[in-house]
Design a protein around this ligand. Structure first.
Ligand code: ADP
Ligand code: GN1
Ligand code: MG
Length: 352
């Protein structure tokens, strides 16, 4: 790690470098130096991303674009240049590394402590989308092709189920039945997009609450992080993924499913932050937000279940059934979404 760090233009000498945060994809370290400056060092996941130099070009372009739009240096991620020029290095094992400035005086939450926190994350992700409204989307490389293409996620699921490498399928027949019963709906957002009824925008695509930083003093939205999946997408993806994670009454990997439900007051509070911050959304876009929340939750559960069947090769896990526990919380949330569909429609339609 020392060798990797020495290739970046850091201020001061690194004193420590320790694992940090709760992301499921990259390997993140906090670097403390002998100056006041601290940094985030990340090893970018090669399991998730297949062209990391192109991914880094996206992030360079997006962060530079955002930095020009705000005077607050903490309002956008800042990449640290390398001694060789550029913003990433590759080590002898072929791993790719990057360094960001640590965003000081900020907090990153795993669950909202108050409805206001969730509202602020809505403001952050909505503003992010609005600020990128004029960004030249065609210059962005698609870091994970078909990232939110739910029918394609089903195709991968079927392949993985057929292979059943670890003979885990028999133990999860109920979960398999749950996803199969909902396969017909999977393409509904993409169909509307293909018919020209929903516009493609530049979206974040991974809008979990722990991908946004709040100011620790004011608790206002500060900065959106984790830009690996910024790609053209639908507004319903960003709305949906936020709701999936933040409007749940339990953590994503809660084992006691009785604790997992939808908090509709949080759902409403997120709408209040996100929808106005996006700027002008078409009526059809607003109408499809609840569907986005349902599909993003179903898709995420499907991805966790697929990874469980595949031997946990994509998402980081801390225990053998971690991905299965995660899949189950998502399916419980989908079932709750179906049960409370009319109430949800009422909440969202107030913004149409
Ligand atoms: P992953 O793709 O694995 O989720 P993230 O980029 O989201 O990786 O980083 C993981 C965690 O590290 C975040 O949830 C956040 O807590 C922390 N983090 C990342 N970048 C910064 C930063 N620039 N400043 C402060 N904390 C950060
Ligand atoms: C991953 O990287 P992280 O932890 O913010 C994943 C998301 C999932 C999420 C589930 C690139 O997000 O798509 O929704 O886990 N990111 C990628 O918690 O696959
Ligand atoms: Mg993250």
């Amino acid at each position: 790690m020392e060798q990797v760090l020495s290739r970046f233009r850091l201020e001061g000498q690194p004193l420590s470098c320790e694992r940090y945060g709760e992301g499921h994809i990259n390997r993140t370290y906090l670097v403390v130096t002998d100056r006041p400056r601290r940094y985030i060092l990340q090893r970018v996941s090669r399991a998730a991303f297949h062209n990391i130099p192109a991914l880094m070009r996206n992030i360079e372009a997006v962060t530079a674009y955002l930095a020009r739009r705000s005077e607050d240096p903490r309002a956008s991620l800042r990449l640290i240049p390398t001694a060789e020029g550029g913003f990433w290095v590759q080590d002898e094992a072929g791993e790719y590394w990057r360094v960001y400035d640590f965003i000081e005086d900020s907090i990153c939450l795993q669950t909202p402590e108050t409805p206001e926190d969730f509202y602020q994350s809505g403001v952050a992700f909505g503003s992010f989308q609005r600020m990128l409204h004029d960004f030249p989307a065609e210059t962005l490389y698609e870091t994970i092709p078909g990232f939110h293409n739910t029918p394609n996620r089903y195709r991968i699921f079927h392949e993985t189920l057929r292979a059943d490498r670890l003979n885990r399928a028999d133990g999860v027949r109920k979960e398999i039945g749950f996803v199969l019963a909902r396969e017909a709906e999977a393409g509904s957002l993409l169909d509307l997009c293909a018919k020209g009824e929903l516009p493609l925008r530049v979206t974040h695509n991974d809008t979990k609450l722990n991908n946004v930083m709040l100011d620790s003093k004011t608790r206002k939205a500060l900065c959106v992080i984790d830009l690996d999946t910024v790609m053209p997408g639908l507004v319903a993806y960003d709305f949906g993924d936020s709701i999936r994670f933040g409007a749940s009454t339990a953590k994503e990997d809660e084992r006691d499913l009785d604790k997992v439900g939808l908090d509709l007051s949080l759902y409403r509070r997120f709408c209040e932050g996100f929808i106005p911050a996006c700027g002008a959304l078409a009526k059809k876009e607003i109408d499809t937000l609840p569907l986005g929340a349902k599909l993003m939750t179903l898709e995420c559960g499907l991805r966790f279940l697929t990874d469980y069947l595949d031997g946990d090769r994509y998402f980081s896990v801390d225990r053998p059934e971690h991905n299965l526990d995660r899949a189950r919380t998502q399916f419980k949330l989908v079932a709750e979404t179906e049960r409370r569909w009319d109430e949800i429609q009422q909440i969202v339609q107030a913004f149409a």
